[in-house]
Design a protein around this ligand. Sequence first.
Ligand code: ADE
Ligand code: ZN
Length: 346
Amino acid sequence: MTLPALSGERLHAFLRGLPKAELHIHIEGSLEPELIFALAQRNGVQLAYPSVDALREAYAFTDLQSFLDIYYAGASVLLKAEDFFDMAWAYFLRAKADNVVHAELFFDPQTHTDRGVPMAEVMAGLSRAVDRAQVELGISAKLILCFLRHLSEEAAFDTLSQAEPFLDRIVGVGLDSSEVGHPPEKFARVFAKARELGLRVVAHAGEEGPPSYIWGALDVLKAERIDHGVQSLKDPALVARLVKERIPLTVCPLSNLKLCVFPSLAQHNLRDLLDAGLVATINSDDPAYFGGYMNQNFIDTFDALGLDANHARILAANAFEASFISPAQRATLLTQLDDYCASFAN
Ligand code: ADE
Ligand code: ZN
């Protein structure tokens, strides 16, 4: 089926209604300034900014590190299970509004356990939100524990052992935080241990860092998906490998724009990634900080790059293919996507 040429508001309506999977969302990056202030008040946490507006004005980033500094400060208001629940539930409501039907959420336990918050509080709040999203919103969701790569391998091992009682609630492990200077090889052994425990593996690579970090994520960590991966086009042999093995890339266009990975969305390489045959997907990364959730990422990127409804269909199908769901659920979601597209074709 080839979809008709849609443009303007008709294309936007198609993008909004498209059933989607989100595979690259840091749940701490969904904390809106209003919720940061509400939680700060509830928990008696002092913030460095006098108001919501002042905090939002500080969201002018020059690179990944300039964002991470403020992102970790924002997460300091999270203390109790209820706080983690409120954060994740707010995300699920927004995801539902954007027709996200499946979501895989990254969380950064070390950001919390290093402040004395027990792993059990983090897991209790997030797990309750995941369960409620299924029952009340019909969104299936999974949790991916990320290791902070600016910290040591030993700290990552400690985090993995703290997570062991909760492994039935965690589908996989990832690697995030400051990329350059912290190559995947630093975490070879802890990822091997995670794989032994039956966990799936993803890793941020090639956001700001070089293609060699993507090779390392694949060869050393055995990553099944690459988060970002936009630097892969600098290395034709790497592109050939990613295409051949159908390794998905979870691309985050508004994040790349806000963190100055590309000077403008019109210069983003998503169209080139798709043209190269890569299994690219669109995701929001840290939507509260980067100016948009899933639909905003789709609409702004499609407008900037002149993509059409057939690209949208491929992107949505790629995300279902890349999801850590059962074959039966994948088939159901792909049928839902086909039915949606057919309703537009008529
Ligand atoms: N943590 C939250 N967002 C991130 C990003 N875009 N890259 C690396 N680590 C992150
Ligand atoms: Zn990310």
